[in-house]
Each structure stands twice: as C-alpha cells, then as structure tokens.
Design a protein around this ligand. Sequence first.
Ligand SMILES: N[C@@H](CCC(=O)N[C@@H](CS)C(=O)NCC(=O)O)C(=O)O
Length: 226
Amino acid sequence: MLTLYYSPRACSMASHVALEEAGAIFEAKKVDIFTGEQRKSDYLAINPRAKVPALRFDDGRVLTESTAILGWIGTAYPDRNMLGVDPVDQAQTIAMCAWLSGTVHPAFGQFVHPERLVADPSAHSALKAEAKATFWRYLQELDARLSGRPWIMGNQFTVADPYALVFYPWGRELGLPIKQLANLNVMKDRLIERPSARRALEREQSVLLSMLPDHLPAENIPHAGP
Ligand SMILES: N[C@@H](CCC(=O)N[C@@H](CS)C(=O)NCC(=O)O)C(=O)O
C-alpha cells in the first residue's frame, strides 16, 4: 500500500488532500515536525533530508518533493483530472506547483529561519522584514488569480489548490492581514466542502477547518464555519 508521511501544519497537506481527492488507497503516517520526529532514524531511512512529504510505494521506492508527488498523483489517477485537460494545462499546473515550492515556500522559510541564510544575528531582522513583505506579495498574487474563478488554475480543481492553501494559514502565523485575501478565503471554504479533501483535513486536524470567513461583514457570512 502507498504510505504518505505528513505533518500537521506542513506543506504535506497538499499531497494528503490530493491523495484523498484521487481516491487513492493509502496509509497516512504522521511525522510531527514540531517535535522533531523527522530527524529520528526511522524517518531518516525514508527521507534522509528529514522533510515531509514523502510518499512510499509498495516496492519500497520513495518519492519526495511536493511538486513531484502532486504531479505523480495527477498522472496516476487521470480520471480525476487533477492536473488539467491537455499537456499545456498540465504543464501549467506543474509550473504553479514549482513556483509554490521553489519561491513561495522559501520566502516563508527565510522569515522563520533567517539564520539558515546569514549567521550574523544583526542581519536577521532585515531578512525577516523582507521575507514577510515578499510572502505577502505572493499571497496577494494567489488571491488575485482567484478573482472571478473558483480554483487556482481556473474552473477545474487541481492539485495546485490544496497546495496554494498551505500558505494561507502560514500568512496568519507571520501576522499578515490575511482577512484581506477574500478570494483565498472563499476558495478555502470551497475546498473544505469537498468530502475527500475534508477527510484529509480532519485527519490532520488542519487549522483550515477552524478559520472562519471573518473577512466578511457578519451579514454576508454564508455559514458559521466548522
Ligand atoms: N521542497 C520540499 C520542501 C519540504 C519541506 O520543507 N517540508 C517541511 C514542512 S513544510 C519540513 O519537513 N520541515 C522539517 C524541517 O525542516 O526540519 C517540498 O516542496 O516538498
């Protein structure tokens, strides 16, 4: 059986949701990165880089990197159409995942771990300020993409949707005014309403399930939220 290694509050949420949406039969194994489980020998045998997500196949092979895992899910379950219709659409979905992984995620990392970039502590507050401003611009870009369309790639739900939502609560962790991201918030509610996606979010006890649509005036709130 497939095994997904994930941690709550981590980017592995995208792979977790995508596997449920694909209808895959898999085991979800929690590796809590906030208590250091990713650095224990058991998990290092799966991914020596000590990162989630990792996807282990029946034959023992392991796939890491969110973009690769999401791309594999989209290709392995083509009837779910989670990459897009034609090869260009599919490549554009992968391009979005690559941007989330290679550009958006590292901006957050620069805020949380400036010491990984520059050892000198006197540089850290400037690095953090720059990272926060950059991360905010990326969240705004994602929000703008959702203007007038339900999903990140247009009318079709793709693997890029749960991936984009990984970064929405991270914005709150950085103290950013995510209430302003009305389109992302509505997309989050749309995702939560999908039974398969919700199964993964509930298993993770995802923070997304407790984020109310509080950017809206009270009279416009369609439901109180979970
Ligand atoms: N490029 C990787 C990044 C994976 C990654 O950074 N995962 C984080 C969680 S979001 C992690 O496992 N961090 C544990 C650590 O750095 O100790 C991907 O896109 O999958």
